[in-house]
Design a protein around this ligand. Structure first.
Ligand SMILES: NC(=O)c1ccc[n+]([C@@H]2O[C@H](COP(=O)([O-])OP(=O)(O)OC[C@H]3O[C@@H](n4cnc5c(N)ncnc54)[C@H](OP(=O)(O)O)[C@@H]3O)[C@@H](O)[C@H]2O)c1
Length: 285
């Protein structure tokens, strides 16, 4: 399959380079501003930089619409699609139905959402192999996208129609929400004079260690801390101290701790009396 990209931002440049590395043919690119298209063309082994989305689409069997989410529908409507073409977007949140203007002209449409952060193509490229991609497609397009995913080393999550809202909300917990947890930790340390820089230098290795443990032992198996030990008195101490910083701080700690208690239950190593004491401490403080 010959591939074209319409949109040459951070994700498109990374994917194009990953495809090129595995000898998948990237033939054309269009981007609203030319320098990004030229960067992508270089990373994809000197593919053609086109003047219009139509010109890029005409050269390809499979077209990746990799513009920002709000522009996908507009860009798709700018092209006359062929019946033998495939068109995909790479958004996690936008429905595949945004590609409907291509589908009504007979093109096969789908979604190909890589589960990784693309802030810089040179950093993102080595992370392609071993990451995952959520694919929403049917028939021969699904087979083709699975083949592309396997070629660059992506694991595939099959995304059924209608699951996108929940699917995409969940990815926040594994990515940006983790930053909010670290923000909360830094705020608490700021309150007794430790700077963000010092806090992150100390806390990020803890985060990495936890992720390594989760990789090796699963979520419940990797748990550490007072809830995993059944130390209700330590949880009570936390709640008393945090109360001095305001209700919002206590509520956040309580919500996350209740979820942690669920993990402790899953692990099955604490007896019911201890689990109940933890639950009571969290609810009543
Ligand atoms: N970045 C990530 O971590 C990530 C992860 C997974 C999925 N995605 C998805 O990948 C897709 C691309 O994201 P990205 O992060 O690569 O975006 P990006 O780096 O911000 O690039 C946005 C691209 O969209 C183009 N664009 C914006 N508005 C446009 C318009 N009105 N008409 C035509 N082109 C327009 C930009 O063109 P100009 O260069 O001319 O401005 C640029 O090529 C999105 O659907 C996003 O949800 C991103």
């Amino acid at each position: 399959m010959k591939i074209a990209f319409v949109g040459a931002g951070r994700l498109a440049q990374t994917l194009a380079a990953a495809f090129h590395r595995t000898e998948i043919e990237v033939v054309a690119v269009f981007n609203r501003s030319r320098p990004a298209a030229e960067s992508l063309a270089t990373m994809a082994g000197a593919c053609k930089v086109c003047e219009t989305p139509q010109q890029a689409a005409d050269m390809a069997d499979l077209v990746f619409i990799t513009v920002s989410d709000d522009a996908i529908g507009t860009v798709v409507r700018q092209v006359n699609w062929r019946q033998d073409q495939c068109v995909v977007h790479c958004s996690g949140a936008s429905e595949v139905s945004v590609l409907e203007p291509a589908a009504v002209q007979g093109a096969a449409v789908g979604g190909f959402h890589p589960l990784q952060i693309f802030s810089d193509p040179t950093i993102a490229l080595p992370r392609v192999a071993g990451s995952s991609v959520a694919i929403e497609a049917e028939g021969s397009l699904e087979l083709e996208l699975n083949r592309l995913a396997a070629a660059v080393g992506y694991r595939v999550i099959k995304l059924p129609p209608g699951a996108r809202g929940r699917y995409h909300a969940a990815t926040n917990y594994a990515a940006s929400f983790m930053l909010s947890l670290l923000r909360e930790a830094c705020d608490l340390w700021n309150s007794f004079g430790v700077s963000d820089q010092e806090a992150l230098a100390a806390l990020l290795p803890l985060t990495r260690g936890t992720l390594d443990a989760a990789t090796a032992k699963g979520l419940a198996g990797a748990m550490a801390g007072p809830i995993s030990r059944g130390d209700a008195s330590v949880v009570a101490l936390h709640l008393r101290e945090l109360a001095e910083l305001g209700e919002d701080t206590v509520d956040f700690y309580r919500s996350v701790s209740m979820r942690q208690l669920r993990l402790a239950r899953d692990k099955g190593h604490l007896d019911n009396a201890v689990l109940e004491r933890l639950d009571k401490t969290l609810r009543e403080s």
